[in-house]
Design a protein around this ligand. Structure first.
Ligand code: PLP
Length: 397
């Protein structure tokens, strides 16, 4: 069966070049990077070369990179690390963050910390002035993501970073989805902490990094040996880290593929669906978005039903973040953006990758048109809406 993968925000396939870079460290060079002998030294060299590579690609110093098990751990390390170091205080974050940030804030809020969740506008954007207004004397951390995993919206991070810096408040940014799809430079973004994950950029799963600007104090979450500057104990996963660094390098080299080729395909998919199907909403249409993400609401149909139809035809997409799939309530991101429930419930996220083709995108458009029309033929809300249109002469979505 023809297979089309349009769920790259959930995860990406492993790039062959990444696998090749990892292979020696899964075999011949298996050493523990802390060992003093030849095997250890080989692993240590690869670890430090990867650290230098990762640092260079985001404009950091090598000793500012802490390797972790992925985006979730990096977010936890930033939030809990600062919070535990300070002991108490106020945290500012946005209400559209990934659950790795939101649930961590929720736990901290029950334990000596207070949290302000910034609202977003209908496009999904945080207002930097709102950040300014929310700052208190006891604010210890601000955390806002660079790009949203559901809508692809790019938040005004440099502006927020400047506000945080003026007030001397550490600023964390989750760049897990943005990396590889737009330039990410810690200096230009004015961030003190930045989360990355390998499996969103054609690297292996279970590895990521936290950038920690020199001079930023945080407590370790995992204690033990003196690995990773004492901030993250545990024998480093050298093959995965080598793969991550190679994936970062390829992502930087091939950024133009996203800017040109993937963006072109994404725009084609959007215009095809917007013109070919009635009652379609393109979320965050007026905001700056990542070039590969498209979040579209199909009024009066259930997203899960559309996804089943797509899956039967070999097309993989998602109804929000992979972590939220299976949860019956509509996505917190769309709810915060004031998207009406009948549209939020029918929202599908398409996230394209560099291997997608024109033919795949045309095929997806055709399958979707058929699926939505089939589902609407048996959708009571849609039939009712149809009657409204007949009476008022307009579509009210
Ligand atoms: N942050 C964002 C914005 C994400 O989209 C994700 C994963 O979907 C994560 C964090 C978690 O990353 P990981 O899967 O590497 O733990």
């Amino acid at each position: 069966m023809k297979r089309v993968y349009l769920d790259h925000n959930a995860t990406t396939p492993l790039d062959q070049r990444v696998l090749e870079a990892m292979q020696p460290y899964l075999g011949e060079y298996f050493g523990n990077a802390s060992s003093l002998h030849y095997y250890g030294r080989r692993a240590q060299q690869a670890l430090e070369a990867s650290r230098a590579q990762a640092a260079k690609l985001i404009g950091a110093q090598p000793d500012e990179i802490i390797f972790t098990s992925g985006g979730t751990e990096s977010d936890n390390m930033a939030l809990r690390g600062i919070a535990y170091y300070k002991g108490s205080g106020h945290i500012i974050t946005s209400s559209v963050e990934h659950h790795a940030v939101l649930r961590t804030c929720g736990i901290l809020a029950g334990n000596d910390f207070s949290v302000t969740y910034l609202p977003v506008d209908r496009q999904g954007l945080v207002d930097p002035d709102e950040v300014k207004r929310s700052i208190r004397r006891d604010t210890i951390l601000i955390s806002v993501m660079l790009a949203n995993n559901e809508t692809g919206v790019i938040e005004p991070i440099p502006e927020i970073g400047l506000i945080a810096r003026e007030r001397g408040i550490p600023f964390h940014c989750d760049a897990v989805q943005a990396m590889g799809k737009m330039p990410v430079d810690v200096g230009a973004l004015h961030v003190d902490l930045l989360s990355l994950s390998a499996h969103k950029i054609y690297g292996p799963k279970g590895v990521g990094a936290l950038f920690v600007k020199n001079g930023t104090n945080l407590s370790p979450l995992i204690t033990g040996g003196h690995h990773e500057r004492g901030l993250r104990a545990g024998t480093e996963n050298v093959p995965a880290i080598v793969g991550f660094a190679r994936a970062l390098e390829i992502a930087a080299d091939e950024l133009d593929i996203y800017r040109v080729q993937v963006l072109h395909l994404r725009n084609k998919l959007e215009s095809n669906l917007l013109t070919g199907i009635e009652g379609v909403t393109l979320h965050s249409a007026r905001a700056d978005r990542l070039p590969h993400t498209s979040c579209m609401g199909f009024a009066s149909v259930e997203a899960e039903s559309i996804l089943l139809h797509l899956d039967l035809k070999g097309i993989a997409a998602s109804s929000g973040s992979a972590c939220t799939t299976g949860e019956p309530e509509p996505s917190h991101v769309l709810t915060t953006m004031d998207v009406p429930p009948e549209i939020a419930q029918g929202t599908i996220r398409f996230s394209l990758g560099r291997e997608n083709t024109e033919e795949e995108i045309a095929y997806t458009g055709e399958v979707l048109k058929a699926a939505v029309s089939q589902l609407r033929a048996i959708s009571f809300p849609w039939q009712e809406a149809g009657k409204r249109i007949a009476i008022t002469g307009g579509m009210n979505f």
